[in-house]
Design a protein around this ligand. Sequence first.
Ligand code: PLP
Length: 409
Amino acid sequence: MSIQEAQVSRADFDQVMVPNYAPAGFIPVRGAGSRLWDQSGRELIDLSGGIAVNGLGHCHPALIEALTTQAHKLWHVSNVFTNEPALRLARKLTAATFADRVFFSNSGAEANEAALKLARKVASDRFGAEKYEIISTINSFHGRTVFTVNVGGQPKYSEGFGPRPEGITHVPYNDLATMEKAISARTCAVILEPIQGESGVLPAEQAYLEGVRALCDQYDALLIFDEVQSGMGRTGKLFAHEHYGVTPDVLTTAKSLGGGFPISAMLTSNDYAKHLAVGTHGTTFGGNPLACAVGETVLDIINTPAVLDGVLAKGEYLREKLREIGAPYHLFEQVRGKGLLVGAVLSDQYKGQASALMAAAERADLLVLVAGPDVVRFAPSLVIEQADLDEGLARFARAVAEFIQQAQA
Ligand SMILES: *Cc1c(COP(=O)(O)O)cnc(C)c1O
């Protein structure tokens, strides 16, 4: 029997995969919209969206069409050439944002790596070698390369990987006074998530983003918004910073951009882009025709009033229903977020048990996420059908009842 024909199971993971993940006990094999099926045929409602990646759900017909049409034309040509899908997607992204220029890569970390390298290069070209400090925030998440994981504000992810890159400072999020003390003429960039995703779905305060913008202007530091998770319609605007009317110098986005096909982008203005001249940066796969053809279709669908308004309305609905489900047990201290990036914060009594609640949801045939130990996170398809959302909520209510029963036992 060939490997292809051999039956594989979850047990194989523990034998052949590097053990850096702890995947669920079942293997999904098929998806459609907001539903997933595992090897045994069990059907699950998906309110996790592949961690905010499947913005149009699973196997959206328009994305299948875009991918397969492009698959019959051209997959890869290298960056020795440009290609039509990349240029079309770049035209649309710049038309839809503050930016004039786009750099494509394959993951959120790579887009942030490009943004941070750009900030260092701009500062070095314009002000000299001493201006290289990067200010980031505690609990932020920016990816897993050595540079981005050290820029990220969760030390547990960056410990044990040798000497840390120099010139990175972490300050508390939503604390303008401390930012003001940390920033100086040596600062080349401040990087922020407009909504901290991984660490608890925590939105920035209006005055904070406005204040940081002013400080960056004062000290000639680039303001980088990491919208890898919050971008591409997730919060009900194409990008979350639009809720605040505060514009960055550099924007990164990834997760939902390809709807499940790997692609990321760094966006900036002409003035800064020119510092990444020929030969200063690059990637083999970034901007390949397949990824960009899918990304273009994702953007066409998401960047419409119907979809974005739908995200806002469904987000309100989801938060309201979660509050109702939690209320009898005083389960949640707060249900927060924007659009369809939602965090249900466990009250003191249940702190630390987000994973246990996620496991209860899975037993009720429902996929949700956590964001740290105290927050259950929801990042469903932006076009989730009302019936699927309601069925998901009904399953979540059952999961909560079981979770409470166990907690009290
Ligand atoms: C997921 C995420 C990243 C990392 O993206 P990868 O594709 O895993 O490299 C970076 N920043 C934020 C805000 C994220 O949510």
